[in-house]
Write a protein that binds this ligand. Structure first.
Ligand SMILES: [Fe+2]
Length: 193
């Protein structure tokens, strides 16, 4: 059985204490889980999107999948560099994540984008917390997370641009769950059409 929890580092990068190395890697395990979850979810949407905007959204998502997979890889390799074994198995991800599975199946492009707005917001918010937390202990990890966040925030804007009215309001504003965000986005699009 795969280990559910990484062990403390026996060594880490020069200039860092092994306890700091372990602490940073532990935070990175959660980011690795979030990024792996995100690229799988993006493919799920790529496969399940239907309706008039199918091809635009279907094709928009693949470069995001590729970029987020590369972020997972860099995050796992940073953990290994810090002396802690990254855990990349699906069972461990599901057992340790603090968020629910994406719960929209076949749905219109705009409904998926509404739900994806919330998904991106969650990942980006948590990335920013770890950017703050690594400020003193590991600027190298922090730099990696800053680079990832810039890309994630850009992708989030690609999503939000579909949900934004000409006056600059988001149709998903105030939604706290994915189904709710999907419904709000869907009905705003219907009212416009
Ligand atoms: Fe495909």
């Amino acid at each position: 059985m795969a280990p559910k929890k990484s062990e403390a580092a026996k060594y880490t990068v020069p200039g860092m204490s092994t306890s700091d190395g372990t602490e940073v890697a532990t935070m990175l395990q959660d980011r690795l889980n979030a990024l792996t979850d995100l690229h799988l979810t993006l493919k799920h949407i790529h496969w399940n999107v239907v309706g008039p905007h199918f091809i635009a959204v279907h094709e928009m998502l693949d470069p995001q999948v590729e970029a987020v997979r590369a972020m997972s890889d860099a995050t796992a390799e940073r953990m290994a560099t810090l002396g802690v074994a990254p855990i990349g198995t699906p069972g461990a991800l599901v057992a340790t994540r603090t968020w629910d599975d994406y719960d929209i199946g076949r749905a219109t492009a705009i409904e998926h984008l509404g739900a994806l707005d919330l998904v991106y917001a969650g990942v980006i918010e948590d990335h920013r917390k770890i950017i703050d937390a690594t400020e003193d202990s590991d600027p190298v990890t922090q730099d990696m997370l800053i680079g990832q966040s810039a890309q994630l925030e850009l992708f989030h804007w690609f999503v939000r641009a579909h949900l934004e009215s000409a006056s600059g309001e988001l149709s998903t504003s105030g939604a706290t769950t994915e189904p709710q965000a999907a419904r709000k986005a869907g009905s705003a699009a219907e009212n416009q059409g």
